[in-house]
Design a protein around this ligand. Sequence first.
Ligand code: FAD
Length: 390
Amino acid sequence: MPEVMSSEVVVIGGGVIGAAVAYYLCREGAEVMIVEEDDLASGASGACDGFVSLQTKTPGPHLRLAMGGAQFFHELAEDLEVDIEYRGCGGLLLATTQEQMKELRARAKTLKAEGLEVEVLTASDLKELLPEVGKEVKGGSYCPQDAQVNPISLTLGLARKAQEMGATILRGCKVENIVVTNNRVREIHTTEGNIHSRRVVCAAGVGSNQIGKMIIVDVPVLPQRGQILVTESSEPVLKTLVAGAEYLGTKANIEGLLPADAEAAKLGLGFTAEQTAAGNLLLGSTREFVGFDDQTTPEAMNAIARNALRYLPWVKDLDVIRSFAGLRPCSPDGLPILGTIKGIRGFYLATGHSGDGICLAPITGKLISELVLDGETSLDIAPFSLYRFK
Ligand SMILES: Cc1cc2nc3c(=O)[nH]c(=O)nc-3n(C[C@H](O)[C@H](O)[C@H](O)COP(=O)(O)OP(=O)(O)OC[C@H]3O[C@@H](n4cnc5c(N)ncnc54)[C@H](O)[C@@H]3O)c2cc1C
């Protein structure tokens, strides 16, 4: 590797966001270098679920961003050489109390007013979509526009296609400093040498705060641990994505949907289930602020397993074969942080996607590529500016 490299744009981070930004930049003919300290998909993008869920987005700009991006998955499924296992399977949110049902009903109304298809279902309606639900389940809401993707394949597929279009990928290469002179990004210092570049995109996930410090900007992204259980492979049993209302409560901090149980509240427990193309069930998950600790814990494993039985009692017949944990790059309000930095030309933020980075990766990649190359975006990203926190 030469000691001084150069690139029109440097993307820091080889997770799903960095890969998507690189892919869309390359499609426009830009010269791109992805700098990844470990390996592609070694961060949150390789330790998560594959929900492309619209009904769990916060009504307003967040939902509009997700709805705007949903179409890109179809295109990517065609364009990428890796099978991203995209499935327009729909998604269910289940309620275990009448209060939760009331909340889901009110929410369905709001989401529908914003153009999303959402249907409120009774417990008996659920029979058409699920083999059997627990006695506590009172009904739920169903969004046929929700979908599923394999997050690792999506990340690798985007990066591989970007590489085919000319992108350079530096693995095992850590960004250590960013040189700014006369209010403009000039150079990126890495463990493998310096890179001359006038444009740098920070897609460093939970490393984004550290990257911000290099240009003396506070990027408020904290690691939030999420744990998942994986069952043995089985025949197709889940037609749709499934989540409990408490999952939405903990994710979007909705008071009426937070877990009532103290241990569950401490873990930020919320039920999720999806069946992968290989037939395994991914059962989740937790939301814990424990620094950079990405180990699984017996408490969470037990809590996830017990919670799963409340919703889908038949999972007791499936063996758990492994578990994993990932660190969500969490912003203070759970929405992504996108855009430029005041007073520094050539620095772009594409981070803080919290629990939604897989779903929002293609639209983020598209919009950040527009911002870098044209200075404006086809969808208003002002609501996601860093300066909303000031
Ligand atoms: C349990 C769990 C379940 C989830 N489920 C879903 C879901 O169903 N749907 C959904 O949409 N989202 C989900 N998410 C969220 C999603 O995984 C994240 O939002 C997304 O992966 C973030 O992508 P990223 O590229 O920003 O970060 P990452 O994938 O973490 O990538 C950032 C990369 O930057 C690199 N990096 C950091 N610092 C540096 C540096 N100084 N130099 C070079 N490289 C650096 C890291 O090594 C890393 O590879 C889930 C997350 C978890 C943990």
